[in-house]
Design a protein around this ligand. Structure first.
Ligand code: M6R
Length: 623
């Protein structure tokens, strides 16, 4: 039951190696979605069989296999990169899966929940299964429908009607050499429109090198692409009109651009991500422009609670925003992991504004939480990076983070853009609800506008952070402390280190230290501490300085991230990294950056695969 990357291609003219080239290139860019196995099926002039190659492990294994045993030329192809949940990452479980004696190939992202019943039914008809996946069921069902005389697209509609769960499926049939069909439910599928060729992908990065004109497939729709046409229908076969849109970034945004890893490149794109997210957001009256949809100002003026739902790093952006929005708007803000929210029977209603934060817009936990909130009548504003993703489509209104494609599994620039977007929302609410005077709103926006240059300064002076990471390459544990908005930054620092370097890293609220975590401190344990500005609330700075002294007295190696000019920091720290002066609430945009740089460097010296850490995938599209 994979949650995976999917790509499809069909082109005009004689069979050539273009289908293979396009699909392998697309898989390379989609590999961030999963890298347990990869496979490709090519539609060749032989109408009885497809040419298929698939291999467990990263895409490089498939590329090697193809180099050793070249695939024939063709007219169309589909390819898949897998993140395994059920069924181990073996060659047999790799997609594509074949049916009709090798004439039909199918690839899948998602979970077919009723697959066991369907498999039993098919076994009853004598079908033999060769993998442990749920996908194979869809392949055999499709073969049944095609054998009963239906063209591939009609057969796909019939199959989709029988499936329960979440899926994107693509299929080809050797007897229809210029057709690829796809369908989706609760899982993404985007169509790329070319000249005499068309594309399908889980994400536009799959085909951005070839076309920037795309259209999204809606829920429970089927698409048939041929070289000349794209036909979209619902599951009953009625035509559906879908308007194409132009992707605003180009292929270079999805390449490493001279950096060794995507993550490094994306860390360096932080200033641009913040600047782009801020650009042109306010209308002539200084009111925030949402990108899509609307939550009526009358509704926003009367909400009495905000709940942020998100996972992982996106949830830390929400936690940072809580401090700011409560301070600016005097509305209680709860931040909850999406997966916890839905199952605790939360108190949500029409006067609760739910803010869903997600880079991918495809995180299933957040999708399900959002739907739950909507069922309770709550308006949902989504802060999302990927245009046209499920969360963006289903939310009542969308504020896009304009971070550009984030390919590395570890989220970096998206975090900065998410904080920025959530702050814009908070400033808008403060204005709308009259919590701030226009000059105060203008001052906040000016403070935000100054941040990209400051983030750049942090990056420009980050070499000592890298040096320290190299020095600590053998450490088995790192603790992180922060208070107020520094607390989510500490959580972020720990998550990044776990995720990339696979070492024990924990983030704590500094005030919690003496309630337990201080017992972890012993001689030489590195502790990274986010020190609040001494220009902020005096007591906050003093309390964290005391924490630094407490852990230092117990032998910890204290690594402090402090504001430029904070002389006290150096007195108690083994190492200090300074970030530029900024208002307290803006600080996370700066202090998160050394966390990212540190984790990247430490994982690199340990020889880890920084862009594709083990067991993870970029978009977590299963619950
Ligand atoms: O796409 P999303 O922002 O919804 O993803 C949420 C988390 O899965 C994600 O932030 C994850 O924690 C990152 N790998 C952390 O670097």
């Amino acid at each position: 039951m994979p949650m995976c990357g999917i790509v499809g291609y069909v082109g005009a003219g004689s069979p050539s190696d273009r289908p293979q080239g396009v699909v392998m290139g697309g898989l390379e860019r989609l590999e961030y979605r999963g890298y347990d196995s990869a496979g490709i099926a090519i539609v060749t002039p032989d109408e009885t069989r497809l040419a298929v190659a698939k291999k467990a492990g990263k895409l490089v294994n498939l590329a090697k296999e193809i180099a050793e045993r070249p695939l024939p030329v063709g007219t169309a192809a589909i390819g898949h990169t897998r993140w395994a949940t059920h069924g181990s990452p073996t060659d047999a479980n790799a997609h594509p899966h074949l049916a009709a004696g090798g004439r039909i190939a199918i690839i899948h992202n998602g979970i077919i929940e009723n697959y066991a019943a369907l498999r039993d039914e098919l076994r009853g008809k004598g079908v033999e299964f060769v993998s442990e996946t749920d996908t194979e069921v869809a392949g055999h069902l499709l073969a049944d429908e095609v054998d009963s005389g239906k063209p591939l697209a009609e057969a796909m509609r019939a199959v989709a009607r029988r499936l329960e769960g979440a899926f994107t499926l693509l299929a080809v049939d050797a007897r229809e050499p210029h057709v690829v069909v796809g369908t989706r439910r609760n899982s993404p599928l985007v169509v790329g429109l070319g000249e005499n060729e068309n594309f399908l992908g889980s994400d536009v990065v799959a085909f951005i090198e070839h076309t920037r004109t795309a259209l999204e497939l809606g829920q429970d729709e089927v698409v048939e692409i041929t070289p000349e046409a794209v036909v979209v229908t619902d599951l009953d076969g009625s035509p559906v009109e879908r308007a194409p849109y132009e992707v605003t970034w180009d292929a270079s945004a999805a390449q490493k651009g001279g950096f060794d890893t995507f993550m490094e490149k994306e860390i360096h794109e932080g200033p641009t991500a913040v600047a782009d997210t801020l650009r042109g957001r306010m209308d002539a009256n200084g009111r925030l422009q949402l990108d899509e949809g609307i939550v009526a100002p009358e509704v926003l003026a009367t909400i009495d609670k905000i709940i942020v739902i998100a996972c992982g790093t996106a949830s830390y952006a929400g936690l940072v925003a809580k401090y700011a929005i409560e301070h600016w708007c005097r509305i209680p803000v709860e931040v909850e992991y999406s997966h916890e929210f839905r199952y605790r029977d939360p108190v949500v209603g029409p006067r609760t504004l739910v803010v869903a934060i997600s880079q991918s817009g495809e995180t299933m936990d957040t999708i399900m939480a959002m739907r739950h909130a909507q069922q309770q009548g709550a308006p949902v504003v989504a802060i999302v990076n990927v245009q046209g993703s499920t969360i963006a489509r289903e939310a009542d209104a969308v504020l896009y983070t304009r971070a550009g494609p984030e390919i590395a599994v570890a989220s970096t620039k998206a975090l900065l853009a998410q904080i920025t977007a959530a702050y814009l929302l908070g400033i808008y609410l403060a204005d709308l609800r009259g919590n701030k005077f226009p000059d105060e709103i203008a001052a906040l926006l000016r403070e935000l506008d100054a941040m990209p240059a400051k983030v750049q300064l942090v990056l420009d002076t980050s070499e000592p952070v890298r040096e320290l990471a190299r020095e600590l390459a053998d450490t088995k544990i790192v603790l992180f402390l922060g208070r107020h908005v520094g607390y989510p930054v500490a959580l972020e620092g720990a998550l990044k280190l776990k995720e990339l370097a696979y070492i024990h890293a924990e983030g704590f609220a500094a005030g919690e230290l003496k309630h337990g975590p201080i017992a972890l401190v012993e001689e030489g344990v590195p502790i990274i501490i986010v020190l609040p500005s001494p220009r902020g609330r005096e007591s906050l700075h003093a309390k964290v300085v005391s924490n630094i002294q407490e852990v230092r007295a117990r032998g910890a190696r204290t690594i402090v991230i402090a504001e430029e000019g904070d002389e006290q920091a150096a007195q108690y720290a083994s190492h200090v990294f300074y970030v530029p002066e900024a208002p307290t609430l803006m600080m996370p945009l700066l202090t998160a950056v050394p966390m990212h740089v540190f984790a990247h460097e430490l994982a690199t010296v340990q020889g880890r695969d920084v862009d594709q850490p083990r067991n993870l995938a970029k978009s977590v599209t299963v619950e």
